[in-house]
Design a protein around this ligand. Structure first.
Ligand code: ATP
Length: 514
Protein backbone atom coordinates (compact mmCIF):
# COMPACT_ATOMS: atom_id res chain seq x y z
CA UNK A 1 0.00 0.00 0.00
CA UNK A 2 1.35 3.45 -0.89
CA UNK A 3 1.80 6.20 1.67
CA UNK A 4 -0.95 8.06 -0.19
CA UNK A 5 -3.42 5.23 0.49
CA UNK A 6 -2.27 5.25 4.08
CA UNK A 7 -2.88 8.97 4.34
CA UNK A 8 -6.43 8.62 3.00
CA UNK A 9 -7.15 5.76 5.40
CA UNK A 10 -5.69 7.70 8.31
CA UNK A 11 -7.76 10.76 7.49
CA UNK A 12 -10.96 8.71 7.29
CA UNK A 13 -10.41 7.00 10.61
CA UNK A 14 -9.16 10.15 12.32
CA UNK A 15 -12.22 12.05 11.07
CA UNK A 16 -14.50 9.49 12.65
CA UNK A 17 -12.59 9.09 15.90
CA UNK A 18 -12.44 12.84 16.52
CA UNK A 19 -15.94 13.89 15.47
CA UNK A 20 -15.28 15.41 12.06
CA UNK A 21 -17.06 13.00 9.71
CA UNK A 22 -19.17 9.89 10.38
CA UNK A 23 -20.47 7.39 7.83
CA UNK A 24 -24.17 8.12 7.35
CA UNK A 25 -26.74 5.82 9.04
CA UNK A 26 -23.87 3.82 10.47
CA UNK A 27 -25.99 1.70 12.80
CA UNK A 28 -27.62 0.31 9.63
CA UNK A 29 -24.19 -0.37 8.10
CA UNK A 30 -24.14 2.98 6.37
CA UNK A 31 -25.31 4.26 3.00
CA UNK A 32 -22.74 4.11 0.26
CA UNK A 33 -20.71 7.30 -0.23
CA UNK A 34 -22.89 9.30 2.16
CA UNK A 35 -21.42 11.01 5.20
CA UNK A 36 -22.52 13.10 8.16
CA UNK A 37 -20.45 15.95 9.52
CA UNK A 38 -19.83 15.68 13.25
CA UNK A 39 -19.37 18.35 15.88
CA UNK A 40 -15.92 19.51 14.75
CA UNK A 41 -16.62 18.89 11.07
CA UNK A 42 -19.59 21.22 11.19
CA UNK A 43 -17.48 23.96 12.80
CA UNK A 44 -14.73 23.56 10.20
CA UNK A 45 -17.32 23.63 7.44
CA UNK A 46 -18.85 26.83 8.89
CA UNK A 47 -15.44 28.48 8.95
CA UNK A 48 -14.66 27.54 5.35
CA UNK A 49 -18.07 28.92 4.34
CA UNK A 50 -17.41 32.12 6.25
CA UNK A 51 -14.02 32.59 4.62
CA UNK A 52 -15.55 32.06 1.17
CA UNK A 53 -18.70 34.12 1.75
CA UNK A 54 -16.86 37.08 3.22
CA UNK A 55 -14.12 36.98 0.56
CA UNK A 56 -16.73 36.97 -2.21
CA UNK A 57 -19.68 38.96 -0.87
CA UNK A 58 -18.28 41.29 1.75
CA UNK A 59 -15.04 42.10 -0.03
CA UNK A 60 -16.74 42.97 -3.33
CA UNK A 61 -19.32 45.74 -3.32
CA UNK A 62 -20.80 44.41 -6.57
CA UNK A 63 -21.42 40.85 -5.33
CA UNK A 64 -24.42 39.73 -3.28
CA UNK A 65 -25.52 36.39 -1.87
CA UNK A 66 -28.87 34.60 -2.10
CA UNK A 67 -30.32 31.25 -1.06
CA UNK A 68 -32.58 29.69 -3.68
CA UNK A 69 -34.69 26.53 -3.27
CA UNK A 70 -33.34 23.07 -4.09
CA UNK A 71 -36.53 22.25 -6.01
CA UNK A 72 -37.03 24.26 -9.17
CA UNK A 73 -39.53 24.25 -12.02
CA UNK A 74 -38.63 21.23 -14.19
CA UNK A 75 -38.34 23.39 -17.31
CA UNK A 76 -35.27 25.03 -15.70
CA UNK A 77 -33.36 21.80 -16.29
CA UNK A 78 -34.69 21.41 -19.81
CA UNK A 79 -33.53 24.95 -20.63
CA UNK A 80 -30.15 24.53 -18.94
CA UNK A 81 -29.44 21.41 -21.01
CA UNK A 82 -29.19 19.14 -17.99
CA UNK A 83 -32.10 16.90 -19.02
CA UNK A 84 -30.51 16.18 -22.40
CA UNK A 85 -26.80 16.59 -21.82
CA UNK A 86 -25.84 16.18 -18.16
CA UNK A 87 -24.44 12.74 -18.76
CA UNK A 88 -21.31 10.81 -17.93
CA UNK A 89 -20.03 8.07 -20.23
CA UNK A 90 -19.99 4.80 -18.29
CA UNK A 91 -18.33 1.48 -19.04
CA UNK A 92 -18.49 -1.86 -17.22
CA UNK A 93 -15.88 -4.54 -16.89
CA UNK A 94 -17.59 -7.86 -17.64
CA UNK A 95 -15.33 -9.85 -15.33
CA UNK A 96 -15.30 -7.74 -12.20
CA UNK A 97 -18.81 -6.33 -12.88
CA UNK A 98 -17.39 -2.99 -11.75
CA UNK A 99 -18.56 0.22 -13.35
CA UNK A 100 -16.29 3.10 -14.33
CA UNK A 101 -16.48 6.51 -15.92
CA UNK A 102 -14.89 6.00 -19.33
CA UNK A 103 -13.42 9.52 -19.43
CA UNK A 104 -11.89 9.05 -15.97
CA UNK A 105 -10.18 5.79 -17.03
CA UNK A 106 -8.55 7.69 -19.89
CA UNK A 107 -7.66 10.67 -17.72
CA UNK A 108 -5.99 8.37 -15.21
CA UNK A 109 -3.94 6.87 -18.03
CA UNK A 110 -2.84 10.38 -19.06
CA UNK A 111 -2.00 11.19 -15.46
CA UNK A 112 0.35 8.18 -15.35
CA UNK A 113 2.18 9.54 -18.40
CA UNK A 114 2.41 12.94 -16.70
CA UNK A 115 3.88 11.28 -13.62
CA UNK A 116 6.53 9.63 -15.81
CA UNK A 117 7.50 13.02 -17.26
CA UNK A 118 7.64 14.46 -13.77
CA UNK A 119 9.96 11.67 -12.65
CA UNK A 120 12.34 12.23 -15.60
CA UNK A 121 12.42 15.96 -14.86
CA UNK A 122 13.13 15.38 -11.18
CA UNK A 123 15.92 12.92 -11.98
CA UNK A 124 17.53 15.31 -14.45
CA UNK A 125 17.18 18.28 -12.11
CA UNK A 126 19.07 16.35 -9.48
CA UNK A 127 21.78 15.27 -11.94
CA UNK A 128 22.39 18.72 -13.48
CA UNK A 129 21.87 20.83 -10.36
CA UNK A 130 22.03 24.61 -10.95
CA UNK A 131 22.72 24.14 -14.67
CA UNK A 132 19.38 22.44 -15.25
CA UNK A 133 17.23 24.09 -17.89
CA UNK A 134 13.79 22.54 -17.52
CA UNK A 135 12.21 23.99 -20.66
CA UNK A 136 15.07 22.78 -22.82
CA UNK A 137 15.01 19.36 -21.18
CA UNK A 138 11.26 18.91 -21.67
CA UNK A 139 11.51 20.01 -25.30
CA UNK A 140 14.42 17.74 -26.24
CA UNK A 141 14.67 14.65 -24.03
CA UNK A 142 13.53 11.76 -26.27
CA UNK A 143 11.46 9.89 -23.66
CA UNK A 144 9.79 13.06 -22.37
CA UNK A 145 9.04 14.22 -25.91
CA UNK A 146 7.50 10.83 -26.64
CA UNK A 147 5.30 10.92 -23.50
CA UNK A 148 4.16 14.47 -24.30
CA UNK A 149 3.30 13.47 -27.85
CA UNK A 150 1.29 10.51 -26.56
CA UNK A 151 -0.63 12.77 -24.15
CA UNK A 152 -1.43 15.18 -26.95
CA UNK A 153 -2.76 12.43 -29.20
CA UNK A 154 -4.87 10.81 -26.46
CA UNK A 155 -6.32 14.14 -25.33
CA UNK A 156 -7.26 15.09 -28.85
CA UNK A 157 -8.89 11.71 -29.54
CA UNK A 158 -10.83 11.89 -26.28
CA UNK A 159 -11.95 15.47 -26.94
CA UNK A 160 -13.19 14.64 -30.43
CA UNK A 161 -14.97 11.48 -29.33
CA UNK A 162 -16.75 13.19 -26.42
CA UNK A 163 -17.67 16.28 -28.39
CA UNK A 164 -19.15 14.21 -31.19
CA UNK A 165 -20.78 11.93 -28.61
CA UNK A 166 -19.06 9.06 -30.44
CA UNK A 167 -19.18 6.45 -27.68
CA UNK A 168 -17.69 3.74 -29.90
CA UNK A 169 -14.61 5.92 -30.36
CA UNK A 170 -14.32 6.37 -26.59
CA UNK A 171 -14.36 2.58 -26.17
CA UNK A 172 -11.82 2.16 -28.98
CA UNK A 173 -9.48 4.57 -27.23
CA UNK A 174 -9.72 2.52 -24.02
CA UNK A 175 -8.96 -0.65 -26.02
CA UNK A 176 -6.09 0.96 -27.94
CA UNK A 177 -4.48 2.19 -24.74
CA UNK A 178 -4.85 -1.34 -23.36
CA UNK A 179 -6.42 0.02 -20.17
CA UNK A 180 -7.18 -2.81 -17.77
CA UNK A 181 -9.73 -2.93 -14.98
CA UNK A 182 -7.79 -2.38 -11.74
CA UNK A 183 -9.94 -5.02 -10.02
CA UNK A 184 -10.06 -7.92 -12.50
CA UNK A 185 -6.96 -6.95 -14.46
CA UNK A 186 -8.77 -7.72 -17.75
CA UNK A 187 -9.73 -5.73 -20.83
CA UNK A 188 -13.14 -7.33 -21.15
CA UNK A 189 -15.16 -4.09 -21.47
CA UNK A 190 -18.81 -3.46 -22.36
CA UNK A 191 -19.79 -0.70 -24.78
CA UNK A 192 -19.79 2.85 -23.46
CA UNK A 193 -23.20 4.27 -22.55
CA UNK A 194 -24.40 7.70 -21.45
CA UNK A 195 -25.91 8.02 -17.98
CA UNK A 196 -27.89 11.06 -16.79
CA UNK A 197 -26.73 12.31 -13.40
CA UNK A 198 -29.87 14.03 -12.18
CA UNK A 199 -32.01 12.60 -9.39
CA UNK A 200 -35.68 12.72 -10.32
CA UNK A 201 -38.55 12.65 -7.87
CA UNK A 202 -42.23 13.45 -7.87
CA UNK A 203 -43.89 16.57 -6.56
CA UNK A 204 -47.02 16.07 -4.50
CA UNK A 205 -49.18 12.99 -4.78
CA UNK A 206 -49.92 13.03 -8.51
CA UNK A 207 -47.64 10.82 -10.53
CA UNK A 208 -47.00 11.25 -14.23
CA UNK A 209 -44.74 13.04 -16.64
CA UNK A 210 -45.77 16.56 -15.64
CA UNK A 211 -45.01 16.20 -11.95
CA UNK A 212 -41.43 14.94 -12.27
CA UNK A 213 -39.00 17.33 -10.65
CA UNK A 214 -35.28 17.11 -10.03
CA UNK A 215 -32.99 17.64 -7.11
CA UNK A 216 -30.73 20.42 -8.38
CA UNK A 217 -27.36 19.22 -9.67
CA UNK A 218 -25.86 22.72 -9.24
CA UNK A 219 -26.83 25.90 -7.41
CA UNK A 220 -26.06 28.07 -10.45
CA UNK A 221 -29.52 27.85 -12.03
CA UNK A 222 -31.09 29.38 -8.91
CA UNK A 223 -28.90 32.43 -9.49
CA UNK A 224 -29.78 32.64 -13.19
CA UNK A 225 -33.53 32.53 -12.71
CA UNK A 226 -33.17 35.25 -10.06
CA UNK A 227 -30.81 37.37 -12.15
CA UNK A 228 -33.39 40.08 -12.85
CA UNK A 229 -34.93 39.92 -9.36
CA UNK A 230 -31.53 40.64 -7.83
CA UNK A 231 -30.53 43.19 -10.46
CA UNK A 232 -33.73 45.21 -10.07
CA UNK A 233 -34.24 44.92 -6.31
CA UNK A 234 -30.57 45.69 -5.62
CA UNK A 235 -30.22 48.24 -8.45
CA UNK A 236 -27.14 46.30 -9.53
CA UNK A 237 -25.00 47.49 -12.42
CA UNK A 238 -23.07 45.14 -14.66
CA UNK A 239 -20.58 43.72 -13.86
CA UNK A 240 -22.08 42.15 -10.73
CA UNK A 241 -22.14 38.73 -9.09
CA UNK A 242 -24.57 36.43 -7.26
CA UNK A 243 -23.24 33.91 -4.74
CA UNK A 244 -24.85 30.84 -3.25
CA UNK A 245 -23.85 28.13 -0.82
CA UNK A 246 -26.04 25.05 -0.86
CA UNK A 247 -26.63 21.39 -1.45
CA UNK A 248 -26.43 19.83 -4.89
CA UNK A 249 -27.21 16.26 -5.94
CA UNK A 250 -25.72 14.09 -8.66
CA UNK A 251 -26.30 10.40 -9.19
CA UNK A 252 -22.59 9.76 -9.69
CA UNK A 253 -21.72 6.49 -11.44
CA UNK A 254 -19.07 5.81 -8.90
CA UNK A 255 -19.00 7.78 -5.71
CA UNK A 256 -15.88 7.07 -3.73
CA UNK A 257 -12.71 8.45 -2.23
CA UNK A 258 -14.39 9.60 0.96
CA UNK A 259 -16.05 13.00 0.66
CA UNK A 260 -14.34 13.74 -2.67
CA UNK A 261 -17.21 12.39 -4.76
CA UNK A 262 -20.60 12.03 -3.13
CA UNK A 263 -24.14 11.98 -4.45
CA UNK A 264 -25.24 14.68 -2.04
CA UNK A 265 -22.70 17.46 -1.61
CA UNK A 266 -22.41 21.17 -1.06
CA UNK A 267 -21.32 23.85 -3.47
CA UNK A 268 -20.16 27.43 -3.10
CA UNK A 269 -20.83 29.06 -6.45
CA UNK A 270 -20.66 32.57 -7.81
CA UNK A 271 -22.17 33.73 -11.10
CA UNK A 272 -20.59 36.94 -12.37
CA UNK A 273 -22.60 38.81 -15.02
CA UNK A 274 -20.53 40.83 -17.50
CA UNK A 275 -20.80 42.67 -20.79
CA UNK A 276 -20.59 40.39 -23.82
CA UNK A 277 -17.01 40.54 -25.04
CA UNK A 278 -15.57 41.26 -21.57
CA UNK A 279 -15.83 37.65 -20.43
CA UNK A 280 -12.24 36.58 -21.11
CA UNK A 281 -10.86 39.46 -19.10
CA UNK A 282 -13.12 38.51 -16.15
CA UNK A 283 -12.32 34.83 -16.61
CA UNK A 284 -8.62 35.65 -16.11
CA UNK A 285 -9.48 37.93 -13.18
CA UNK A 286 -11.43 35.20 -11.39
CA UNK A 287 -8.77 32.58 -12.10
CA UNK A 288 -6.14 34.61 -10.31
CA UNK A 289 -8.50 35.88 -7.59
CA UNK A 290 -9.60 32.37 -6.68
CA UNK A 291 -6.07 30.98 -6.71
CA UNK A 292 -5.02 33.78 -4.39
CA UNK A 293 -7.88 32.89 -2.03
CA UNK A 294 -6.64 29.30 -1.81
CA UNK A 295 -2.95 30.11 -1.39
CA UNK A 296 -3.77 32.70 1.24
CA UNK A 297 -4.49 29.85 3.66
CA UNK A 298 -0.78 29.06 3.77
CA UNK A 299 -1.13 25.31 3.20
CA UNK A 300 1.61 25.37 0.53
CA UNK A 301 1.47 26.91 -2.95
CA UNK A 302 2.78 23.73 -4.59
CA UNK A 303 -0.41 21.90 -3.60
CA UNK A 304 -2.47 23.86 -6.16
CA UNK A 305 -2.37 23.95 -9.93
CA UNK A 306 -4.54 25.01 -12.85
CA UNK A 307 -5.82 22.45 -15.29
CA UNK A 308 -7.52 23.53 -18.51
CA UNK A 309 -10.55 21.45 -19.49
CA UNK A 310 -9.99 19.11 -22.42
CA UNK A 311 -13.68 18.88 -23.28
CA UNK A 312 -15.73 22.00 -22.67
CA UNK A 313 -19.19 21.59 -21.16
CA UNK A 314 -22.13 22.37 -23.42
CA UNK A 315 -22.38 25.91 -22.02
CA UNK A 316 -18.75 27.04 -21.86
CA UNK A 317 -16.29 28.88 -24.10
CA UNK A 318 -13.40 28.58 -21.65
CA UNK A 319 -12.99 26.48 -18.51
CA UNK A 320 -10.32 25.38 -16.10
CA UNK A 321 -10.04 23.74 -12.72
CA UNK A 322 -8.03 24.60 -9.68
CA UNK A 323 -6.67 21.21 -8.70
CA UNK A 324 -5.42 20.25 -5.27
CA UNK A 325 -2.86 17.60 -4.42
CA UNK A 326 -5.23 15.24 -2.55
CA UNK A 327 -4.01 11.91 -1.12
CA UNK A 328 -5.14 10.40 -4.47
CA UNK A 329 -3.05 12.93 -6.45
CA UNK A 330 -3.99 16.20 -8.15
CA UNK A 331 -7.77 16.42 -8.61
CA UNK A 332 -10.34 19.11 -9.25
CA UNK A 333 -11.37 21.21 -6.30
CA UNK A 334 -12.86 24.23 -8.04
CA UNK A 335 -14.06 24.99 -11.55
CA UNK A 336 -13.86 28.39 -13.23
CA UNK A 337 -16.09 28.55 -16.27
CA UNK A 338 -16.90 31.16 -18.86
CA UNK A 339 -20.51 30.12 -19.49
CA UNK A 340 -21.27 32.73 -22.20
CA UNK A 341 -24.93 33.80 -22.40
CA UNK A 342 -25.96 30.16 -22.75
CA UNK A 343 -28.10 29.88 -19.62
CA UNK A 344 -29.85 33.26 -19.65
CA UNK A 345 -30.54 32.96 -23.36
CA UNK A 346 -32.04 29.51 -22.85
CA UNK A 347 -34.20 30.76 -19.97
CA UNK A 348 -35.40 33.64 -22.13
CA UNK A 349 -36.39 31.18 -24.82
CA UNK A 350 -38.06 28.59 -22.57
CA UNK A 351 -39.84 31.07 -20.26
CA UNK A 352 -40.70 33.63 -22.95
CA UNK A 353 -39.60 36.30 -20.47
CA UNK A 354 -36.87 38.74 -21.43
CA UNK A 355 -33.61 38.17 -19.55
CA UNK A 356 -31.97 41.38 -20.68
CA UNK A 357 -30.15 44.16 -18.98
CA UNK A 358 -30.23 47.78 -20.03
CA UNK A 359 -26.70 49.14 -20.02
CA UNK A 360 -27.10 52.89 -19.58
CA UNK A 361 -23.48 53.59 -20.49
CA UNK A 362 -23.83 51.82 -23.81
CA UNK A 363 -27.49 52.79 -24.19
CA UNK A 364 -28.12 49.17 -25.15
CA UNK A 365 -30.04 46.07 -24.06
CA UNK A 366 -28.25 42.76 -23.95
CA UNK A 367 -28.18 39.34 -22.32
CA UNK A 368 -25.09 39.38 -20.09
CA UNK A 369 -22.30 36.82 -20.31
CA UNK A 370 -21.44 34.85 -17.21
CA UNK A 371 -18.19 33.82 -15.57
CA UNK A 372 -18.71 31.24 -12.84
CA UNK A 373 -16.54 30.10 -9.97
CA UNK A 374 -17.76 26.81 -8.48
CA UNK A 375 -16.08 25.11 -5.55
CA UNK A 376 -17.18 22.01 -3.68
CA UNK A 377 -17.32 22.72 0.04
CA UNK A 378 -16.69 19.05 0.83
CA UNK A 379 -13.64 18.89 -1.45
CA UNK A 380 -12.33 22.07 0.14
CA UNK A 381 -12.88 20.44 3.54
CA UNK A 382 -10.96 17.38 2.37
CA UNK A 383 -8.10 19.56 1.10
CA UNK A 384 -7.78 21.14 4.54
CA UNK A 385 -7.73 17.74 6.24
CA UNK A 386 -5.23 16.32 3.71
CA UNK A 387 -2.84 19.24 4.10
CA UNK A 388 -3.08 19.38 7.87
CA UNK A 389 -3.02 15.73 9.00
CA UNK A 390 0.42 15.00 10.51
CA UNK A 391 1.91 12.12 12.45
CA UNK A 392 4.84 13.53 14.33
CA UNK A 393 7.69 12.07 16.35
CA UNK A 394 8.71 14.36 19.18
CA UNK A 395 12.26 14.91 20.50
CA UNK A 396 11.46 12.92 23.67
CA UNK A 397 10.58 9.88 21.54
CA UNK A 398 6.82 10.14 22.00
CA UNK A 399 4.42 10.56 19.10
CA UNK A 400 1.45 12.78 18.39
CA UNK A 401 -1.13 13.14 15.65
CA UNK A 402 -2.08 16.69 14.92
CA UNK A 403 -4.15 18.65 12.46
CA UNK A 404 -2.24 21.73 11.34
CA UNK A 405 -5.47 23.41 10.28
CA UNK A 406 -4.98 27.11 9.48
CA UNK A 407 -5.90 28.79 12.79
CA UNK A 408 -8.65 30.85 11.14
CA UNK A 409 -10.45 27.70 10.01
CA UNK A 410 -9.83 25.57 13.09
CA UNK A 411 -13.07 24.27 14.70
CA UNK A 412 -11.97 25.16 18.24
CA UNK A 413 -9.70 28.19 18.56
CA UNK A 414 -8.50 27.78 22.10
CA UNK A 415 -8.72 25.33 24.99
CA UNK A 416 -8.57 26.50 28.59
CA UNK A 417 -6.84 23.98 30.85
CA UNK A 418 -6.27 24.20 34.60
CA UNK A 419 -2.89 22.54 35.26
CA UNK A 420 -4.33 20.55 38.15
CA UNK A 421 -7.81 20.15 39.59
CA UNK A 422 -7.16 21.97 42.86
CA UNK A 423 -5.91 25.15 44.57
CA UNK A 424 -8.52 27.31 42.84
CA UNK A 425 -7.11 26.62 39.37
CA UNK A 426 -10.33 25.16 37.87
CA UNK A 427 -12.32 28.17 39.13
CA UNK A 428 -9.83 30.62 37.66
CA UNK A 429 -9.79 28.66 34.39
CA UNK A 430 -13.58 28.76 34.26
CA UNK A 431 -13.45 32.55 34.62
CA UNK A 432 -11.06 32.79 31.68
CA UNK A 433 -13.19 30.37 29.67
CA UNK A 434 -16.36 32.45 30.16
CA UNK A 435 -14.51 35.55 29.02
CA UNK A 436 -13.14 33.89 25.89
CA UNK A 437 -16.25 32.03 24.80
CA UNK A 438 -17.99 35.29 23.94
CA UNK A 439 -15.34 35.95 21.31
CA UNK A 440 -14.19 32.60 19.92
CA UNK A 441 -15.16 28.94 19.95
CA UNK A 442 -13.34 27.60 23.01
CA UNK A 443 -13.31 24.56 25.27
CA UNK A 444 -12.73 23.97 28.96
CA UNK A 445 -11.03 20.68 29.85
CA UNK A 446 -9.86 19.53 33.27
CA UNK A 447 -9.85 15.76 32.74
CA UNK A 448 -6.62 13.69 32.63
CA UNK A 449 -3.00 14.79 32.80
CA UNK A 450 -2.09 17.99 31.00
CA UNK A 451 -0.06 16.13 28.33
CA UNK A 452 -3.03 14.05 27.31
CA UNK A 453 -5.25 17.11 27.14
CA UNK A 454 -2.72 18.81 24.82
CA UNK A 455 -2.77 15.72 22.56
CA UNK A 456 -6.56 15.77 22.40
CA UNK A 457 -6.52 19.40 21.29
CA UNK A 458 -3.71 18.72 18.77
CA UNK A 459 -5.84 15.96 17.27
CA UNK A 460 -8.76 18.30 16.57
CA UNK A 461 -6.46 21.07 15.36
CA UNK A 462 -6.93 23.59 18.18
CA UNK A 463 -4.26 26.23 17.51
CA UNK A 464 -3.88 27.46 21.11
CA UNK A 465 -4.04 26.00 24.60
CA UNK A 466 -4.11 28.19 27.68
CA UNK A 467 -2.84 26.72 30.92
CA UNK A 468 -3.81 28.10 34.29
CA UNK A 469 -1.14 27.30 36.90
CA UNK A 470 0.04 28.39 40.33
CA UNK A 471 1.56 31.60 38.93
CA UNK A 472 -1.75 32.59 37.36
CA UNK A 473 -3.25 32.93 40.80
CA UNK A 474 -0.39 35.25 41.84
CA UNK A 475 0.23 37.43 38.77
CA UNK A 476 -2.79 36.97 36.48
CA UNK A 477 -0.72 35.50 33.66
CA UNK A 478 -1.22 32.22 31.79
CA UNK A 479 0.81 30.14 29.36
CA UNK A 480 -0.30 30.24 25.74
CA UNK A 481 0.85 27.11 23.90
CA UNK A 482 1.00 27.11 20.13
CA UNK A 483 -0.07 23.83 18.49
CA UNK A 484 2.55 23.33 15.75
CA UNK A 485 5.71 24.57 17.49
CA UNK A 486 4.47 23.65 20.99
CA UNK A 487 6.20 26.84 22.13
CA UNK A 488 4.69 28.30 25.28
CA UNK A 489 4.71 31.98 26.14
CA UNK A 490 3.51 33.68 29.24
CA UNK A 491 0.92 36.35 28.71
CA UNK A 492 -1.35 38.46 30.84
CA UNK A 493 -5.02 37.49 31.04
CA UNK A 494 -5.89 41.08 30.10
CA UNK A 495 -4.24 40.58 26.70
CA UNK A 496 -5.67 37.13 26.12
CA UNK A 497 -8.89 37.94 24.30
CA UNK A 498 -7.32 40.35 21.82
CA UNK A 499 -4.32 38.06 21.28
CA UNK A 500 -6.43 34.97 20.50
CA UNK A 501 -8.92 36.90 18.39
CA UNK A 502 -6.12 38.46 16.41
CA UNK A 503 -4.44 35.15 15.67
CA UNK A 504 -7.57 33.22 14.78
CA UNK A 505 -10.00 35.62 13.14
CA UNK A 506 -10.81 35.46 9.47
CA UNK A 507 -10.47 39.25 9.24
CA UNK A 508 -6.68 39.04 8.87
CA UNK A 509 -6.99 36.48 6.08
CA UNK A 510 -9.42 38.75 4.28
CA UNK A 511 -7.12 41.74 4.69
CA UNK A 512 -4.37 39.87 2.83
CA UNK A 513 -6.70 39.48 -0.13
CA UNK A 514 -7.37 43.18 -0.52
P1 ATP B 1 -16.04 16.18 -11.62
O1 ATP B 1 -15.36 16.36 -12.95
O2 ATP B 1 -15.10 15.84 -10.49
O3 ATP B 1 -17.25 15.29 -11.67
P2 ATP B 1 -17.42 18.61 -12.22
O4 ATP B 1 -16.44 19.27 -13.16
O5 ATP B 1 -18.60 17.92 -12.78
O6 ATP B 1 -16.62 17.61 -11.23
P3 ATP B 1 -18.60 21.09 -11.45
O7 ATP B 1 -19.88 20.88 -12.14
O8 ATP B 1 -17.62 22.06 -12.01
O9 ATP B 1 -17.87 19.67 -11.16
O10 ATP B 1 -18.95 21.47 -9.94
C1 ATP B 1 -18.21 22.41 -9.19
C2 ATP B 1 -17.54 21.80 -7.99
O11 ATP B 1 -18.45 20.99 -7.23
C3 ATP B 1 -16.40 20.84 -8.33
O12 ATP B 1 -15.21 21.53 -8.59
C4 ATP B 1 -16.31 20.00 -7.07
O13 ATP B 1 -15.52 20.65 -6.08
C5 ATP B 1 -17.74 19.95 -6.58
N1 ATP B 1 -18.34 18.65 -6.92
C6 ATP B 1 -18.85 18.26 -8.11
N2 ATP B 1 -19.33 17.00 -8.03
C7 ATP B 1 -19.12 16.59 -6.76
C8 ATP B 1 -19.40 15.38 -6.04
N3 ATP B 1 -20.02 14.38 -6.63
N4 ATP B 1 -19.05 15.29 -4.74
C9 ATP B 1 -18.44 16.34 -4.12
N5 ATP B 1 -18.15 17.49 -4.74
C10 ATP B 1 -18.48 17.63 -6.04
Amino acid sequence: MSSHDDLLKNIISHSKEYGFIFPSSEIYDGLSATYDYGQYGKELKNNIEEYWWKAMVRMHDNIVGIDSAIFMHPTVWKASGHVDAFNDPLIDNKDSKKRYRADVLIEEYIEKLRAKIHKEVEKAAKRFGDDFNMNQFVATHPRVVEYSKQIEVIESRMKNALEENDLQAVKQLILDLEIVDPVSGTRNWTDVRQFNLMFATELGSVSGESSVIYLRPETAQGSYVNFLNVQRSGRMKIPFGICQIGKAFRNEIIARQFIFRMREFEQMEMQFFVRPGDEMEWYEYWKSTRMKWHRNLGMGDARYRFHDHIKLAHYANAACDIEFDFPMGFKEMEGIHSRTDFDLKAHEKFSSRKQQYFDAELNQNYIPYVVETAIGLDRMFMSVLSASYTDEKLPDGSERTLLRIPAQLAPVKVAVLPLVKKDGMPEKAMEVYHKLKLEVNCQFDDKDAIGRRYRRQDAIGTPFCITIDQDTLQDNTVTLRERDSMVQERISIDRLVSEVRDKTSITKLLANLD
